[in-house]
Design a protein around this ligand. Structure first.
Ligand code: G3D
Length: 228
């Protein structure tokens, strides 16, 4: 009886919570599984990421816009155009591609240094866990020095091992959706402040420092590609 009452109360309080609009930026290297992740959550058709795909969905009391931005090296500069409008970020990693981990780390370091990203909640999706030899969540934390990076940027962070491909075939217990729920609740903790940041950044053009940083990182990435 007591359980029934408390379930009813939590259901009613959930129902009474306001609907919150949240924009989430989905980034990661090319072929990390960004499009598959969106497809897995929606269980529908999503076109491959060319520039930027906008997908709207309802999750609990959130109206979510997922901005899925292309990850090819020559297109990563376009990520910065969307940093300002995001309340939180999903960084998708192909955990099975050990050869690109240095490149992944470089992209993550650059992302978290951006003034329009630092301090915002970050979900790292350790994707392709179904593939043999995929790095476990704990191994990825170490390889990316994730703890140090998010401490420096003062971002709340969570890593979710998942397989976007398997999630497209599941009706429940989708790890990608579980990760998204964590991100939405992390955004909720600081919602008024994050909305104020988004409104401020949307009015303000990118500063020279933000543009310089992009140029520098692209050069850096170019060098790394040659080194490989
Ligand atoms: P992107 O949007 O980040 O560029 P995609 O990446 O979602 O287009 O995925 C790139 C490739 O990885 C696709 O294969 C896709 O099916 C595959 N992929 C994505 N997620 C997973 C996963 O969890 N497990 C496995 N095994 N494969 C995955 P193709 O062959 O179409 O290029």
């Amino acid at each position: 009886m007591f359980n029934l009452m408390s379930n009813c109360c939590s259901w009613v309080s959930k129902f009474q919570q306001p609907i919150r609009k949240v924009t989430v930026l989905v980034v990661g290297l090319d072929s990390a599984g960004k499009t598959s992740m969106v497809r897995g959550i929606l269980k529908g058709e999503v076109s491959p990421t060319q520039g930027c795909n906008r997908t709207e969905l309802r999750v609990d009391n959130f109206l979510v816009t997922l901005l899925d931005v292309a990850g090819a090296p020559q297109l990563q500069g376009a990520w910065r155009d969307h940093y300002g409008e995001a309340h939180g970020v999903i960084f998708v990693v192909d955990s099975s591609d050990r050869q690109r981990i240095r490149e992944v780390r470089e992209a993550l370091v650059d992302l978290l240094k951006q003034p329009r990203v630092a301090g915002k909640p970050l979900l790292v999706l350790a994707n392709k866990q179904d593939k043999p030899g995929a790095l476990l969540g704990s191994e990825l934390i170490e390889a990316l020095t994730l703890e140090k990076l998010v401490n420096q940027s003062r971002s709340l962070c969570h890593i979710e091992p998942c397989s976007a491909l398997l999630d497209t075939r599941r009706w429940s217990d989708k790890k990608t959706l579980r990760g998204l729920r964590w991100l939405l609740h992390a955004v909720c903790l600081d919602y008024p402040e994050l909305c104020a940041r988004v409104a401020r950044d949307n009015r303000r053009p990118l500063g020279p420092e933000e543009k310089d940083r992009r140029g520098k990182s692209e050069k850096g990435r170019g060098k790394f590609k040659e080194d490989r």
